[in-house]
Design a protein around this ligand. Structure first.
Ligand code: BEZ
Length: 211
């Protein structure tokens, strides 16, 4: 059966460019992103991995570890990493898993034969400290991902995990949030003593809660 949000992310042990990864242990108490790309030495993947390497300090700041995977062999990862640094201006700074036996690809449903017969498509899984899947995104081979969007969702996930708010369309950090409908006005007074703006009884806007 395919994975769903809220499922425990399947655990695995695999070799990577930075040594053996025992996935759940590797995640530890923080957050993680596991993302697949179809194949090494391909153009779109090269731009994606370079961009992700440039963005990695932002994920670090948020306590999110980054882990890439494809069905290529470990030695191919090492060779391709040089090209990524040369062409994209960022050296790989996160582990790349070698899943040439397709164990991880199968566990996570990353192979969509109607799109690519035996290679992984572009998937992104965001996993929380409880090891549950918080986000799944799947892109076709021809379309490079928007990793800024993944960062935006991480901001929303981390905020909404801590406070009883949701984030509206196109929300970015610092903008108003929505008080979750499950919270009554009475209870909201305790949580948000500075008040909120009621547009409709079910649509209540509040400044982004600070820690
Ligand atoms: C690419 O990264 O450019 C790519 C990889 C697999 C299929 C098509 C494109």
């Amino acid at each position: 059966m395919s994975l769903r949000l809220g499922d425990i992310a399947p655990d695995f042990t695999a070799e990577s460019t930075e040594g053996t990864v025992h996935f759940h242990d590797w995640i530890g108490d923080g957050w993680a992103i596991l993302f697949s790309h179809p194949k090494n030495y391909t153009p779109v993947c090269t731009t994606e991995l370079g961009y992700m390497a440039g963005l990695k300090p932002e994920f670090d700041r948020r306590g999110v570890k980054v882990l890439g995977v494809s069905v290529d062999k470990l030695e191919d990862h090492h060779g391709w990493a040089k090209d990524i640094e040369e062409t994209q201006g960022h050296a790989l700074n996160f582990p790349l898993l070698a899943d040439d036996n397709r164990t991880i690809a199968e566990l996570y449903g990353m192979i969509h034969p109607g799109e690519l017969e035996s290679l992984t498509v572009r998937t992104v899984f965001v996993i929380g400290p409880d090891k549950k899947i918080k986000l799944m995104i799947t892109y076709p081979a021809s379309t490079g991902r928007n990793f800024d969007e993944v960062l935006r969702v991480v901001d929303s996930l981390q905020l909404t995990a801590k406070h009883q708010v949701a984030t509206p369309v196109n929300w970015t950090k610092g903008q108003d949030c929505i008080i979750v409908p499950a919270l009554s006005d009475e209870d909201a007074k305790n949580k948000f003593p500075n008040g909120w703006k009621t547009i409709k009884p079910y649509l209540r806007l509040v400044p982004e809660p600070q820690d």
